[in-house]
Design a protein around this ligand. Structure first.
Ligand code: SF4
Ligand code: SF4
Length: 427
């Protein structure tokens, strides 16, 4: 059972009125072959090859893989291996860009069936752009089309600071609506809900205006964290509860992120796959918070230089928001598809808090949207007690970070739960 309460966080949406700025093509991009969950791609280009922007450079025959395209035109300099933000080694295609930014010839598409939609989503290189990175074509390819009768568009963007989806809504509402209608038509879904937190009244008004007379309803949601978690937004838009072990389709729901659906439409209109990504750049060291659209594979150091950030003072950089973002161990990390923000923090915010003993206050339990017992999970992990971890259902943890945030003892609960899930997987 889901709880309806959540965390009320300060929003810090400093960049919400910052219209998207296009970053010029950098000298070098390093495009990872694993930018989505599950199966990584293998490069289909080699050093010395000339490539065009939009050209396929990585692919795999595995069902759960998502093809990778070049974001620039230029020459492949190397195929290298490097540690990715999540740990593990990732292959990257390094491309030295030319000054011309020459593109493949895009072929716009019309899709009318589930099969065509699934093929288009894969060809577009789409993987959940809200942060999850789950291959979009797999999500769309559910068996038995009659099973799903509601499409939920996740436009909550509940993490502080991030305004990347918000800018998509303000700058491309027609594309979003068109993308939603395409999905509804191909999958025969009669109704759609766009879930938007009520701290975005202008986006709600704009989408309402565009959706008038359609079967698409804009659903203003309370600005509580983690409103954008899949099970939470399904409950708050449709009233349906996705139980443990179920997927949304079991409850007749398909969930897509708002920027994902917009990029699906972009592909259908232009025939050009996903090559660029909008990211919010903010944090205490950023004088002018921005939304920047940059080629995928751009190094974060180049992105920050474009945003006017003096990187000497950076003590911590997060890929993503303050609640669920990944701390980067180097700014020489490339931008990837499901990255929606870079937050850069100085000395004071980056200093780790002093951790003290658990005082059994129960706040972590009260705040957990999945009704877990975070303190007990931490203890079980510390003891490497995999049976207890399974019994306490650690795999239900969505890594929202709420327990860590409220803990007066400043314990790294969410981080331990992630490690615990890895431990169970390896068992
Ligand atoms: S990180 Fe996991 S355990 Fe902690 S509040 Fe979120 S869902 Fe619950
Ligand atoms: S919030 Fe922190 S101190 Fe309180 S019970 Fe949970 S782990 Fe212990």
């Amino acid at each position: 059972m889901l709880k309806l309460n959540g965390l009320r966080l300060l929003h810090y949406k400093n960049s919400q009125n910052a219209a998207t700025v296009d970053m010029p093509v950098p000298k070098i991009v390093r495009i990872p072959m694993a930018q989505h969950m599950v199966a990584p791609c293998a490069p289909v280009v080699k050093p010395g090859d000339e490539v065009l922007a939009g050209q396929l450079i990585g692919d795999s025959e595995q069902a759960f893989s998502v093809p990778v395209h070049s974001s620039v035109s230029g020459k492949v300099k190397a195929v290298e291996e490097a540690v990715g933000p999540a740990g593990g080694l990732v292959r990257r295609v390094v491309i030295e860009t030319d000054a011309e930014q020459r593109w493949i010839e895009g072929r716009p598409r019309t899709v009318t069936s589930q099969r065509e939609l699934v093929e288009a989503a894969r060809e577009a290189g789409l993987a959940g752009l809200g942060g999850a990175g789950f291959p979009t074509h797999i999500k769309l390819n559910y068996k038995d089309v009659d099973r799903v009768d509601a499409l939920v568009i996740n436009a909550a963007e509940c993490e502080p600071y991030i305004t990347s989806d918000y800018r998509e809504m303000m700058e491309n509402p027609d594309g979003i609506l068109r993308g939603i209608q395409t999905v509804m038509r191909c999958l025969d879904i009669p109704r759609a809900f766009i879930g938007v937190e009520d701290n975005k009244p202008e986006a709600i008004a704009l989408l309402n205006q565009k959706a008038a007379g359609t079967n698409i309803r804009v659903e203003p949601l309370k600005s509580i964290y983690p409103q954008g978690a899949e099970k939470v937004i399904i409950y708050n838009t449709t009233g349906r509860i996705v139980e443990e072990g179920e997927i949304p389709a079991d409850k007749g729901v398909l969930v897509l992120n708002v920027t994902t659906v917009a990029n699906l439409d972009r592909f259908l209109q232009t025939g050009l796959p996903l090559t660029h990504k909008r990211v919010t750049v903010d944090g205490s060291l950023v004088k002018k918070p921005m939304n920047i659209r940059a080629p995928i594979g751009t190094m974060i150091s180049d992105l920050l230089a474009f945003a006017g950030v003096e990187t000497d003072g950076v003590r911590k950089a997060l890929m993503g928001g303050p609640m669920m973002g990944t701390a980067l161990d180097t700014l020489e990390t490339p931008l990837i598809k499901n990255n929606n923000a870079i937050l850069v923090l100085g000395e004071e915010e980056a200093r780790p808090p002093r951790t003290t003993a658990c005082i059994r206050c129960g706040r972590c339990i009260d705040v957990c949207p999945m009704n877990l017992r975070p303190a007990d999970l931490e203890r079980a992990y510390d003891l490497r007690d995999t049976e207890r971890l399974a019994a306490l259902k650690v795999n239900l943890c969505i890594n929202c970070g709420s327990c860590t945030y409220v803990c007066p003892a400043k314990r790294n609960l969410a981080q331990k739960h992630q490690l615990a899930k890895g431990l169970l997987k390896r068992k």
